[in-house]
Design a protein around this ligand. Structure first.
Ligand code: KIV
Ligand code: ZN
Length: 516
């Protein structure tokens, strides 16, 4: 392989660097569905997780490796044999597996974190790459905190890793410290000094602590890097990673500056961003480039006038080119199954068998309640349904509450369980608090704490559905829950039950073995 090639390899790490940041966790089913969407988006490599960090990560990397064929499926491993073995156990099922191993190279990491000398770290890197090569020739090696590493030492480690058999060398700005001219010049230096550099692809991985992740990534591409590591919506540790949609649309829109091949199907960008928002419950800021709600909205009269006369006066990319179709009203009470399924597919869902019938019936019920059904309503409705497919322990059967100002708020709840229906009652500061308290007692989760809670309208109008997202903590575990309904209290209670189900099933450690 050679870094002089013309193709840019797009490496998506949403499911690893993105998902490891607090509040962004997804369950296995969601991760697999998201990986299928990344395949539709046309990314070259999916970093599916960090297998040794938790049982859940291992299982999801394995499931993605088993089910998603096409992109390379990669797992992360520290430069330790046990990490690499575990990583291989998970990715081996794929037809194009990759092991990504890394060790920090900056002085502060060597002295304070690893307590090792430069030679020891270089030897560990070589040993790790050689160990990974016993499994596959598709080995990536990263010099963590490269941007704060002495240039000559970094070149020495890179050269040794390539000699040991690494096919890709990743140069991360782990803490978002660099700037475009410095980072570009670091990549140039590597090309100049590392003798065997053309035997590997040079990759970059930039964090956004000072808002420069995309700029640094692009500067590195101009300097010769041919793999870009990024995440959808720019999610990731702290301030996040370079946003995939921004990196890609820069290169596609400015072919004059970036005359490279790129395999991404840009029309899948918006559906991918929406899917991530739906799974994590975390919306992107309205003014976010490419995928924010206002990214293509022209507010000023003078701009609107210009765009109506000639779109390119104020638009450098078309909304359609990133798969944005606006939020037009699409369906109503008289819409048939075919129209419903067509729209659902356009929105990025893949329903099959009995799920089609259940979703269509739920749509008909909603269309009876609401005059107009918007895309956002459909997304909420099908999300509620796919959530219901998860293994569940409790389902909301009935909810009654009283918030009479002269009495203590009271709620009655019936929960369906695989063994029958259970009933309970609770009191609290308000209707929600009362319902939550009833559910806590009924499920034996008296100690759960609500650590985050958002409720918003799914679409427009006073009859809009409400969507609730919350995070519950139980001891050292936490889970995210989501619910939607035309009644916001019911939406919140559904979200609470969803989180309780997740807490009682696969409990996510708050602190995974996080190292980056
Ligand atoms: O930021 C970082 O250095 C990383 C490495 C593991 C690539 O995420
Ligand atoms: Zn990172």
């Amino acid at each position: 392989m050679s870094s002089s090639q013309n193709k840019i390899i797009v490496f998506d790490t949403t499911l690893r660097d993105g998902e490891q940041s607090p509040g962004f966790s997804m369950n296995i089913k969601e991760k697999v569905e998201f990986a299928f969407q990344l395949k539709r988006l046309g990314v070259d490599v999916i970093e599916a997780g960090f297998p040794i960090s938790s049982e859940g990560d291992f299982e999801s990397v394995k499931a993605i490796a088993q089910q998603v064929d096409g992109p390379q499926i990669c797992g992360l491993a520290r430069a330790l044999e046990k990490d690499i073995d575990r990583c291989w156990e998970a990715v081996q099922y794929n037809s194009r597996p990759r092991i990504h191993t890394f060790i920090a190279t900056s002085n502060v990491h060597l002295e304070k974190k690893l307590k090792k000398s430069e030679k020891e770290v270089r030897d560990m890197a070589v040993k790790a790459v050689k160990h990974a090569r016993q499994y596959t020739d598709n080995v990536e090696f990263s010099t963590e905190d490269a941007a704060r590493t002495g240039r000559d030492y970094i070149c020495e480690v890179i050269e040794a890793a390539i000699d040991a058999g690494a096919a890709t060398i990743n140069v991360p700005d782990t803490v978002g410290y660099s700037n475009p001219w410095e980072f570009g010049s670091l990549i140039e230096y590597i090309f100049e000094k590392v003798k065997n550099v053309h035997q590997a692809i040079i990759s970059i991985h930039c964090h956004n602590d000072m808002g420069l992740a995309v700029a640094n990534t692009l500067a590195a591409v101009r300097a010769g890097a041919r793999q870009v590591e990024c995440t959808i919506n720019g999610i990731g540790e702290r301030a996040g990673n370079a946003s995939l949609e921004e990196v890609v649309m820069n290169m596609v829109t400015r072919r004059d500056s970036f005359p490279y091949e790129i395999g991404v199907n840009t029309e899948q960008i918006y559906p991918t961003s929406r899917l991530l928002t739906r799974f994590t419950g975390i919306a992107v800021q309205p003014n976010k480039a490419i995928v924010g709600a206002n990214a293509f909205a022209h507010e000023a009269g003078i701009h609107q006038d210009g765009v109506l006369k000639e779109r390119t006066t104020y638009e450098i990319m078309s909304p359609e080119s990133v798969g944005w179709r606006g939020n037009a009203m699409v369906l109503g009470k008289h819409s048939g199954r075919h129209a419903f399924m067509t729209r659902i597919k356009e929105l990025g869902f893949h329903l099959e068998g009995a799920d089609v019938e259940t979703a269509f019936n739920a749509f008909k019920d909603l269309a009876d309640l609401k005059k107009t059904v918007f895309d956002e309503d459909l997304i909420a409705l099908v999300s509620e349904q796919t959530k219901a497919d998860e293994q569940w322990k409790y389902k909301l059967e009935y909810l009654w509450f009283s918030s009479d100002p002269d009495r203590i708020p009271n709620a009655k709840v019936k929960l369906k369980t695989p063994d029958g229906v259970m009933e309970g009652e609770g009191q609290g500061d308000g209707a929600l608090d009362a319902a939550f308290s009833a559910i806590k007692t009924m499920t034996g989760m008296e100690d759960v704490q609500l650590i985050d809670y958002h409720v918003g309208a799914v679409s427009r109008g006073t009859d809009a559905q409400g969507a609730a997202t919350l995070i519950l903590r139980n001891g050292e575990h936490q889970a995210i829950g989501r619910g939607s309904d035309t009644d916001v209290i019911k939406a919140s209670v559904k979200a609470f039950i969803n989180a309780v189900n997740r807490l009682s099933r696969h409990q996510t450690p708050i602190e995974k073995e996080s190292v980056v």
